[in-house]
Ligand binder design. Structure first.
Ligand code: ZN
Length: 502
């Protein structure tokens, strides 16, 4: 068994190394690559994706998984060998249904489309992206159709990102959430608006980056195993447990963007950095689902980073980092500004309360496109209509409308948005459990100490990587299945107080 297990790990690691090498190319494309590198880079990324797919579907992996099944099934469920064989089989059975040539085509299309989108977004030119988006919709449908027998065409795509989830479950969950959020947003926006002008003063880039780096280091992001660079759209990428990188962006006239996106990405990255190194190169060596990943980023960004206790410690440091800029702003005023709720246009800048409305409308549009109810050429109009209906705002153009998020243009329509809202729900569910175990977490935060929370997350969530599915993890950690109640409780308490709603 030992020899077979070693051979399996070697084969899986080779496939994983191809993917990691590809991630390096992708990271470089978004950070330092000159624009002239675009077309060759697209070809290189497509080639490595196809080779990774060929490696990952090597029939020898299938034979080894068959041979190892009896051994694995006799081990405890959470034993790392049992998990390795279980998760590797799940991935293998999924991957063998997709031809490597198709994967190559998809990645090529994604890379080409990304280049077109980058330019089109600056130039507010949706039409330039339309033929690419049409092909992406077509390949997304074809991808789903490699998994016949689904209930909804989005299901295979959702399942890949959030294993076990389906369009029908999500529609119900989101409807339930929407019923609570809409009146909450209504109640908040009928109160006098919070003044967030202190965040919109001039904060030089160098100072913002230094402050953000200092903050995330204190939260537990390890710069010896990571780094932060600048991109249009912040993201996290993992090459190995020893190299998990994040990116951010800076607006000199808006403090929130760099700081909160840095904390957000550090949340993703701390999850990846916290996975046991022994899982490196195996299917266990990455976060378990989009939703659980987002639970970590949103927990740090919002539940921690936008809490009053957090700012008790960090606000004097922020004032010192930008001398004179915030002298006339009290801690309370700053805390309120950082939590201003408003009906706005941009998802990534949206407050915690309206955020899910941005996500849910994208989720619905994805399903409509996949179902064939909405054509790509009608997407900008559908976007504006939904924003008006759900948030009461109208984007002046497509740049701040349908072109704002990279996701669809990067190669897939379907399965790419539900994780954000699942993350908000799961993150607060985890946090409520952490608080029950360690009621001192908030007072530690006021002293700038995050070790107890970070260790709790590492012990209960990070270390396992993909050992458990999202459902298993939530049940195991919190003792309950996925529930929106802790999230609603969190929002109602925090914003009830901020906006004197009682
Ligand atoms: Zn995220």
């Amino acid at each position: 068994m030992d020899t077979k297990l070693r051979e399996l790990k070697t084969l899986l690691c080779e496939a994983s190394d191809f993917r990691s090498a590809n991630s390096v190319l992708g990271w470089d494309q978004s950070t330092y690559m000159p624009i002239g590198g675009g077309s060759a880079r697209g070809r290189q990324i497509a080639l490595l994706a196809r080779l990774a797919q060929e490696r990952a579907t090597d029939p020898q992996i299938g034979r080894l998984l068959d041979d190892l099944r009896p051994y694995a099934e006799n081990l405890p469920y959470d034993h790392s060998d049992a998990a390795l064989v279980r998760v590797a089989r799940r991935n293998y059975e999924r991957l063998i249904k997709i031809p490597p040539a198709f994967i190559g085509e998809m990645y090529q299309l994604g890379a080409d489309s990304y280049n077109v989108w980058s330019k089109a977004r600056t130039e507010n030119d949706f039409q330039a992206t339309q033929p690419y988006l049409e092909r992406i919709l077509d390949t997304s449908r074809r991808l789903a159709n490699y998994f016949p027998g689904y209930e909804h065409i989005a299901d295979p795509l959702i399942d890949d990102a959030d294993y076990g989830m389906k369009a029908t479950i999500l529609r119900q969950l989101f409807a339930q959430l929407r019923r609570e959020l809409v009146p909450l947003v209504q109640a908040i926006t009928s109160q006098p608006p919070i003044d967030d002008s202190p965040l919109r003063r001039h904060f030089p880039q160098a100072g913002q980056l230094a402050f953000a780096e200092d903050t995330i280091r204190r939260l537990g992001y390890d710069f010896n195993r990571g780094r932060q660079d600048l991109t249009h759209h912040p993201f996290t990428t993992r090459f190995s447990s020893g190299d998990v990188r994040i990116t951010t962006r800076v607006q000199e006239d808006y403090l929130s963007d760099c700081l909160f996106s840095s904390i957000h990405e550090a949340g993703h990255a701390m999850y990846e950095q916290g996975i046991r190194p022994e899982h490196d190169g195996t299917p266990l060596g990455t976060g378990t689902s989009a939703g659980v990943h987002e639970s970590q980023s949103r927990l740090w960004e919002n539940v921690v980073g936008r809490s009053r206790g957090f700012w008790e410690y960090f606000y004097p440091r922020l004032q010192a980092a930008f001398p004179g800029q915030l002298d006339d702003v009290s801690l309370d005023e700053f805390y309120r500004a950082a939590n201003k709720v408003e009906r706005s246009l941009i998802r990534t800048d949206a407050d915690e309360v309206t955020y899910n409305l941005h996500v849910m409308l994208r989720f619905d549009l994805e399903l409509d496109m996949l179902e064939g109810k909405l054509r790509v050429k009608d997407l900008p109009e559908a976007w504006h209509t939904r924003y008006m209906a759900d948030l009461g705002v109208q984007a002046p153009d497509d740049r701040d409308g349908v072109l704002q998020d990279v996701h669809w243009y990067a190669g897939q329509i379907g399965g790419v948005f539900q994780g954000y809202t699942l993350g908000n729900i799961i993150g607060t569910q985890f946090y409520a459990t952490a608080l029950r175990a360690h009621p001192e977490i908030p007072s530690e935060m006021q002293r700038g100490q995050f070790n107890i929370l970070h260790s709790w997350l590492e012990e209960n969530i990070y270390q396992y990587g993909s050992t458990f599915t999202a459902d298993e993890l939530v049940l195991r950690v919190t003792g309950e299945p996925l529930s929106i109640l802790p999230y609603l409780m969190y929002l109602k308490t925090k914003y009830g107080e901020l906006y004197s709603l009682v």
